[in-house]
Design a binder for this molecule. Structure first.
Ligand code: SF4
Length: 182
């Protein structure tokens, strides 16, 4: 198996549904997406090491992405009862976070240097240490893919993946940055 096949296989084994590859040079970081973070649309701004401003400026995010050459975009698809099913949507996000944790565990034995981005904030601890103390679990920290200024619908199109899952379905996305060429 080559490295692409290995990371893709690890994602699928972790319960992640769709995957696609994008070259890092084709990733665009949008100030407009960062502005949505700053407006606190998802209520994660400034409360976690996984989100802005803790993840740094877009220039700093770009530099971090540029340490790799390939992104595996991945997504999990989850159902909920109706648009008012807040509990169902929360459970769906937790299920996706668990899948990303499983993916991370599967990557570690064969991938030494990578960056794993996940959907939205962290939520691992009942109360985040940000900004008073370092993250309790830096080795398990999966920064927000949106916090990096990436537009998910655009990424999905570039990776030939489905963005909208249909009624009462939510698709969460993450990205694995890795080096295909050494
Ligand atoms: S692991 Fe805990 S301390 Fe670290 S970012 Fe997540 S919630 Fe905050």
């Amino acid at each position: 198996m080559n490295i692409r096949e290995k990371v893709k296989d690890s994602a699928i084994q972790s319960g992640i549904g769709q995957t696609g590859f994008i070259s890092v040079k084709d990733l665009v970081l949008y100030p407009e997406i960062r502005k949505i973070c700053e407006e606190n649309a998802c209520r994660n701004y400034g409360i976690s090491w996984a989100c802005p401003p803790a993840v740094g400026t877009l220039e700093e995010c770009r530099k971090r992405l540029n340490q790799y050459d390939t992104m595996l975009l991945f997504s999990g698809s989850y159902n909920y009862e109706d648009p008012f099913d807040i509990d169902g949507m929360h459970k769906a996000l937790l299920a996706f976070k668990r899948a990303v944790d499983q993916f991370d565990i599967r990557l570690k034995p064969f991938l030494k240097d990578y960056l794993l981005l996940s959907n939205e904030g962290c939520g691992r601890c009942s109360e985040c240490t940000y900004p008073d103390a370092p993250c309790r679990y830096p080795e398990l920290l999966h920064p927000s893919i949106e916090g990096y200024g990436l537009q998910i619908s655009e990424l999905a199109e570039k990776a030939s993946m489905q963005y909208y899952g249909g009624p009462n379905t939510v698709n969460f996305f993450g990205g694995l940055l890795f080096k295909e060429r050494t």
